[in-house]
Design a protein around this ligand. Structure first.
Ligand SMILES: N[C@@H](CCC(=O)N[C@@H](CS)C(=O)NCC(=O)O)C(=O)O
Length: 220
């Protein structure tokens, strides 16, 4: 049983996307910072820092977006979220995720100029390649969430980060990956498309077994 504790728009968005991408059943538990639900004794017992995300795996908590993404990618290899059999490519994914957690994520706290300088570095590091490493991976999901947050809150000048913009467009245009029914027997869902509204990340979710659709929305 997987339970994701998330707050809309927070770092938890990356594992939230990955879980939908994989199509595995999970319980999503929203946490309100405004109501200080991340400071309750029950939540602190799962995540002593009082941060999201936390993924509870059969009762055992796992924190840190990078660790959760790695767990999901390795546990569900059919989703193709981590290069397989290529040590160097796998290490490149870990390198990106360390860079994201240690350098990109804290950048905004050091001011706008610093954040812009860091995103210029990210843009350069990404370059013209399609994905962060040779194939689509959890590093792209992690990167999307950070740039989405930066883009929507600080509104960089058009063309300021062309490689990141192109990556963002590619991410939002990705088609739905539907899990095979034989592999996942229980009800699953997956993202159709991430919309480009300034404040929302919206998945169009298909429920297998019918053409009924519903939206799952993370709003700021
Ligand atoms: N290094 C952590 C950072 C997690 C983090 O900073 N989460 C923020 C939201 S983006 C949070 O929960 N903040 C609530 C708080 O600090 O009270 C990760 O990558 O998962």
């Amino acid at each position: 049983m997987l339970t994701l504790y998330f707050a809309p728009g927070a770092s938890s968005m990356a594992p939230h996307i990955a879980l939908h991408e994989i199509g595995v059943p999970f319980e999503a538990r929203p946490i309100s910072f405004a109501r200080k639900e991340n400071r309750t004794p029950d939540y602190l017992a799962l995540n002593p820092e009082g941060k999201v995300p936390t993924l509870v795996i059969d009762g055992r908590p796992l924190s840190e977006a990078a660790g959760i993404l790695f767990h999901l990618a390795r546990r569900f290899p059919d989703a193709g979220l981590l290069p397989e059999g290529d040590l160097e490519a796998e290490a490149q994914v870990i390198s990106w995720m360390s860079f994201i957690a240690a350098t990109i994520h804290p950048a905004r706290r050091r001011g706008l100029d610093h954040a812009r300088a860091i995103y210029a570095l990210v843009d350069q590091r990404l370059g013209a390649r399609t994905w962060a490493v040779d194939t689509y991976s959890i590093a792209d999901i992690h990167l999307l969430r950070l740039y989405w947050r930066f883009f929507n809150s600080l509104r960089p000048a058009p063309g300021a980060f062309p490689n990141l913009d192109a990556h963002y467009q590619r991410m939002t245009a990705r088609p739905c990956r539907r899990p095979s029914r034989s592999r996942l027997r229980s009800a699953t869902s997956c993202p159709r498309r991430l919309n480009r509204s300034p404040t929302d990340l919206c998945y169009k979710v298909m429920i297998p077994g019918g053409d009924r659709r519903r939206s799952l929305k993370e709003s700021l």
